[in-house]
Write a protein that binds this ligand. Structure first.
Ligand code: ZN
Length: 203
């Protein structure tokens, strides 16, 4: 342990083990998280979706820390998981876009969680990231039943402009897929040629 660590002790966000001052997670946690991408993928008429891992244990804790505990610097770690998934299951996309936060989530968290990750993914891959969707939803999905979630996403996104490209759509957690499906439908209706979805976790 060097002097900096004595003066400025820093701890792994997931397990509290002491780490270097510039790190966010310890090597043991990073190792636990490095098992993705999972082979499981899902096809829809509108898109194919690929996932880095299951929404459980440390991956789940990490996503929740990022979204709810002001640890926005974790965006780079989460982006690296998406890039790994994109390298394993490549697409011809020329544009990266994301599922935008609802107004309620924006107000609560102060930032668009997937926008930050999309910018990091763009830096790591060289593919342009652009906001193409706007959330029209004022409610946040927490506490809703699956049925309520499905209904709440209908017409809850609109396109900012028409885009005639092959698109990568990214999101954090894929549960019923209803949010991603709705976003893909709006993108398709607005000119998207093809859509490949990459999600950090499959619930
Ligand atoms: Zn740790």
């Amino acid at each position: 342990m060097g002097l900096v660590e004595l003066v400025l002790p820093n701890y792994c966000l997931l397990c509290n083990r002491q780490i270097k001052y510039y790190e966010l997670l310890c090597s043991a946690c990073l190792n636990d998280l490095s098992s993705g991408p999972i082979v499981l993928h899902e096809s829809d008429i509108l898109f194919t979706a690929y996932f880095y891992g299951r929404y459980d244990s440390k991956l789940r804790d990490l996503i929740l820390l990022y979204k709810n505990s002001h640890h926005w610097r974790l965006n780079r770690v989460l982006a690296s998981f998406l890039v790994k998934t994109m390298n394993t299951y490549p697409s011809d996309a020329q544009l990266i876009t994301w599922v935008p936060s609802s107004l309620a989530s924006l107000e609560e968290r102060g930032f668009d969680t997937m926008a930050l990750i999309a910018k990091s993914v763009s830096k790591m891959t060289g593919i342009v990231a652009k906001k193409t969707l706007e959330s029209l939803s004022k409610s946040n999905k927490r506490g809703m039943t699956l049925e309520e979630r499905r209904n709440s996403v209908k017409n809850s996104f609109s396109a900012i402009s028409r885009i005639y490209k092959d698109i990568v759509l990214i999101d954090d957690v894929y549960t019923t897929g209803s949010t991603v499906k709705e976003c893909a439908r709006v993108l398709k209706d607005n000119g998207a040629r093809s859509i490949t979805v990459y999600c950090i976790a499959r619930a």
